[in-house]
Design a protein around this ligand. Structure first.
Ligand code: BJW
Length: 254
């Protein structure tokens, strides 16, 4: 049974695990970007978007039904992301790279903030809001401007769409296989800022658990995986992750 402890003690225990680990993976979700001012996926419905269901907008069917609406939703979110900066949680993951042999970030986020923080190995499971390709032909599109009323057309005549993975679509196969490999080969796997509901990403913590990795969850709320994790660090990642890094530095005397 998992011990209940204060956060400092918990950070010390996690630092001990990290001090023996060579490979560490972070599986991250929208909560990790919340302290950068980016609403989580399920919190994203505010203001004029409050009446729409994100699970309907983020589908190919939703796009075909109302391309203008879906396009404007992504345009709005792309603008929200505009000047967003990585937060202390993103930066703590980067700092860990100097303390552990290999750190990989496997993210469901489409916002690019891990890369902006400086993480050197980021696997994007759900694509990127900054990329675009055409719906029918899969041709890449570049320099798509903001404030278009509706999706522009590709040279092949098909509509340009955001380069993200919608419900019902397959994840990029190389991303999912990298995610599985890292989870299977890491001694410690953090699961941070995700509701752990959306498949197949939500299967990765179980794969890591089966392969004997120590699982550390960082989230203000419990999720379906809380029962199987080795340590549950209940709190915002922007506070919790820097504490883990500080504890590891103290342990290593650096
Ligand atoms: C903090 C915090 C702080 C707050 N610090 N934490 C098996 C069973 C049932 C269903 C399925 C299944 N297999 C597939 C499905 C269907 C579906 C699915 O999983 N549905 C579920 C709703 C049940 N999956 C799919 O459709 C996937 N495709 C697929 O399986 O295809 C099969 C196929 C194979 C071959 C050919 C064709 C098809 C695709 C899933 C794609 C998901 N895409 C989205 C949209 C991306 C673009 C966009 O953003 O618009 O990705 S959905 C959305 O959910 C987004 C996110 O990446 C993803 C996960 O959300 P996340 O990150 O967990 O965010 P939230 O908001 O849910 O949670 C935030 C968390 O943060 C909370 O826990 C907070 O407490 C916490 N938090 N503040 C730390 N400061």
């Amino acid at each position: 049974m998992r011990e209940k402890s204060d956060m400092q003690t918990l950070a010390g225990r996690v630092a001990k695990l990290l001090s023996k680990a060579e490979r560490v993976t972070f599986l991250t979700g929208a909560g990790v970007s919340k302290e950068s001012g980016i609403p989580t996926f399920r919190d994203a419905q505010t203001g004029m978007w409050a009446n729409y269901n994100p699970q309907e907008l983020a589908t190919p069917e939703g796009f075909l039904k109302d391309p203008k609406l879906v396009w404007q939703w992504y345009d709005y979110r792309r603008k929200l992301l505009g000047d967003a900066e990585p937060n202390p949680g993103h930066r703590a993951i980067v700092e860990l790279e100097s303390l552990v042999t290999k750190v990989t970030v496997v993210t469901q986020n489409i916002d690019g903030l891990h890369q902006k923080a400086g993480s050197s190995d980021v696997v994007e499971l759900h694509g990127s809001i900054k990329k675009f390709y055409c719906f029918d032909g899969g041709h890449d599109a570049h320099d798509v401007p903001f404030d278009l009323e509706e999706p522009p057309l590709c040279k092949c005549g098909s509509m340009i769409r955001p380069g993200v993975v919608w419900f019902g679509e397959a994840l990029p196969p190389h991303a999912m296989s990298r995610g599985l490999k890292e989870c299977a080969e890491s001694e410690v796997v953090f699961v941070a800022g995700t509701s752990a509901l959306v498949q197949p990403a939500a299967s990765l913590p179980y794969a890591a658990h089966r392969r004997g990795a120590k699982l550390i969850e960082v989230n203000p709320d419990e999720t379906p995986i809380t029962d199987i994790v080795d340590e549950f660090m209940q709190g915002p990642s922007g506070q919790v992750l820097p504490m883990v890094v500080a504890a590891l530095k103290e342990l290593k005397g650096v």
